[in-house]
Design a protein around this ligand. Structure first.
Ligand code: ADP
Length: 606
């Protein structure tokens, strides 16, 4: 729809609905912030500007020299002058292109460094985000901001900024040169140019919208790939016999995308047909009016002048066209920066307070003092928890699923902060202890053990990069996994597979116990896997845990009787409250929540 957007529809008419919503307020602060990223490279930037100015002006010179070639060389019948101007034109073009290379190299260097800085800053910042951030935001969104948004910024620096400058310069010089030659023809040029730029603009817009659509299809195709080509996704597909269905979905999107790509190519062809026809009208008009002026008036206009005008005119199409689009481009860039800054501005929830304590080690006295906790600020998941675990003791936490057991243990290494009360270690509030010392002193074996896709050795060394071979073997022996490692042909170099999926649940858990042993923390938290293990595996895990529990202060979320019996005390959690506490026999006698859990779960698993 030509003329729908652009100048008549206001600055936002070329943006998509989604972009319109996110049009940022371009404030002084935003600009200042953006320019703060350019600041370290201002020397190089200045050089880029100089290069652009020189190369843009030089690129126009051959057009102007055409006049001399025609008037002085051809019409003046002077071979030396002809050769001189031809050589000069070639030389200038060559020099301009060389400067262009320097400029584009500098430019890329700056853009890459800015995106290097921004990406690092983002990664560092995101690493300080709390668990809440990662459980709330989709991985896809985080990755998009890290990759395509920052990639967009790179493009802004390499193309948008430099295009504005070089286009303005080209136009200014071309206009001055035209007016110097002849003001009437220059005026005609001024009127013609915008008229011809408009069809280009609408064709460009159409292409752009097709590109966007095909990008969307591409995103959707990636989504399907992401979901169905992952280990668990593919399992779901297979078990529900959805291969045909997924293939159909993929094929359809694939088809839509190629149709669009073909359409885009055609739109491109039409665009060139329109362009090349229209662009011929401008020069013809100049020839015609110029010819009239030359023949019918006593104007000093020469054939060369008219040729220069035509040549300059043709060089003005692209800059005018791109400057007409600049407002949209500019807003799009601002939106990109704003999206990135939005992430930068996310507050760090869990951080060190000033002069945080840095204890060399923990004795291990743990207390939960009237602890309450809520994920959303409304519903309390934990309510007035009071607990005490003496140094060296082992507490087993039991309770129905969803009663808040995992939430409780997450408060100790400050994966979340309490919303009421306090958690202390050796009498110090965990919020007063330096985070790296706090987490360094606590080992957590979670239910959902995470292993990197690497070798067993690499996964173990994550806990202690400088561990010796002897240490590695020792912890593996303690964690009851050494036999398995030694019996496999690759030993420590055995690959654990994507997320450790080449190992069984029990093996994974024992490996993660070995990893925690290598870390050698003062306090151990063990979240026992709920999934049933065979008795041999369970025995192996139990044997691995026992010594850890004996040597350290420990909290176990227990699902098995054997684990519970090994504990010094049992705390029973229900609906976020501690409802019973004591030893196994005493709790059974109460005939309450524990007794019910015992009868329905622990006894069976025994
Ligand atoms: P348990 O470990 O005893 O099974 P959890 O501590 O995992 O229980 O969960 C307790 C409650 O907190 C559940 O109702 C669960 O829905 C909720 N919950 C757990 N994690 C989150 C989270 N990241 N955000 C919001 N609610 C959560």
């Amino acid at each position: 729809m030509p003329g729908r957007g652009g100048m008549r529809g206001g600055p936002f008419s070329d943006l998509t609905e989604e972009e319109k919503k996110s049009v940022p307020k371009v404030t002084k602060d935003l600009l200042k912030r953006i320019f703060s990223y350019l600041e370290p490279y201002k020397g190089r930037l200045a050089l880029v500007f100089v290069c652009i100015i020189i190369s843009a002006s030089m690129k126009l010179l051959p057009s102007i020299l055409t006049g001399n070639i025609i008037d002085e060389g051809l019409i003046g019948r002077s071979i030396p002058k002809l050769i001189l101007y031809i050589l000069l034109s070639l030389l200038v073009t060559f020099a301009a292109n060389i400067i262009g290379i320097v400029e584009s190299h500098l430019n890329t260097w700056i853009a890459q460094h800015i995106s290097f800085d921004m990406r690092n800053q983002m990664y560092k910042h995101l690493q300080r985000m709390s668990q809440r951030f990662f459980t709330t935001n989709s991985q896809g969104d985080i990755i998009t901001r890290m990759t395509s948004d920052i990639g967009g910024v790179e493009r802004v620096v390499t193309s948008t900024f430099t295009n504005i400058i070089s286009n303005v310069i080209t136009l200014v010089i071309a206009v001055i040169a035209m007016f110097q030659k002849n003001w009437i023809l220059a005026l005609i040029g001024m009127v013609i140019i915008p008229l011809f730029a408009l069809p280009t603009r609408s064709a460009g817009k159409k292409r752009w919208s097709i590109t966007r659509q095909s990008q969307e299809f591409n995103d959707n195709m990636n989504d399907i790939l992401n979901e169905t080509m992952s280990v668990s996704g593919q399992l779901l597909v297979k078990l529900f016999n959805k291969e045909g269905y997924e293939y159909g979905k993929y094929r359809q999107l694939n088809k839509q995308m190629i149709d669009l790509n073909i359409k885009e190519n055609l739109a491109g062809r039409w665009f060139f047909v329109i362009m090349s026809t229209f662009t011929k009208i401008g020069p013809m008009l100049i020839y015609f009016v110029g010819g009239l002026l030359m023949m019918k008036t006593d104007s000093s206009l020469t054939v060369g002048d008219i040729t220069v005008m035509v040549s300059l005119l043709s060089q003005m199409y692209m800059p005018v066209n791109s400057l007409l689009n600049i407002q949209v481009e500019w807003l799009r860039s601002m939106a990109l920066f704003s999206r990135i800054f939005e992430y930068y501005d996310l507050p760090v929830e869990i951080k060190n307070r000033e002069n945080a304590l840095k204890p060399a080690s923990f004795k291990g006295d743990i207390r939960f003092n009237d602890v309450s906790f809520s994920y959303d600020g409304e519903n309390d998941i934990l309510k007035h928890i009071d607990l005490e675990i003496k140094a060296g003791d082992c507490l087993a936490v039991v309770g129905p699923s969803g009663s808040g057991k995992s939430t409780l243990i997450n408060l100790l290494p400050r994966l979340y902060d309490v919303t009421g009360g306090s958690v202390t270690i050796d009498g110090n509030d965990v919020r007063d202890i330096d985070l790296s010392f706090l987490r360094g002193g606590i080992g957590l074996v979670s239910q959902d053990t995470y292993l990197f896709n690497g070798t067993i050795r690499e996964n173990l060394l994550y806990a202690k990069p400088n561990a010796t071979e002897e240490e590695l073997r020792e912890v593996c022996r303690k964690a009851n996994i050494l036999d398995l490692i030694e019996s496999s042909p690759d030993g420590m170099e055995t690959m654990v597979g994507n997320r450790g999926l080449k190992l069984s649940g029990g093996e994974k858990q024992r490996l993660s116990i070995a990893r925690v042993l290598l870390k050698d923390p003062d306090i151990v938290i063990f979240d026992e896997a709920t999934s049933a293990l065979d008795s041999i595996n369970e025995r192996k895990i139990q044997d691995a845990i026992d010594p850890i529990v004996e040597e350290r202060t420990s909290i176990l979320i227990a699902h098995r009787l054997s684990t519970i019996l090994a504990a010094d005390e049992i705390a029973v959690l229900k609906d976020g409250r501690i409802v019973e506490r004591g030893q196994h026999e005493d709790l059974l006698k109460l005939n309450g929540v524990y007794a019910e859990l015992y009868n329905t779960q622990f006894k069976i698993k025994q």
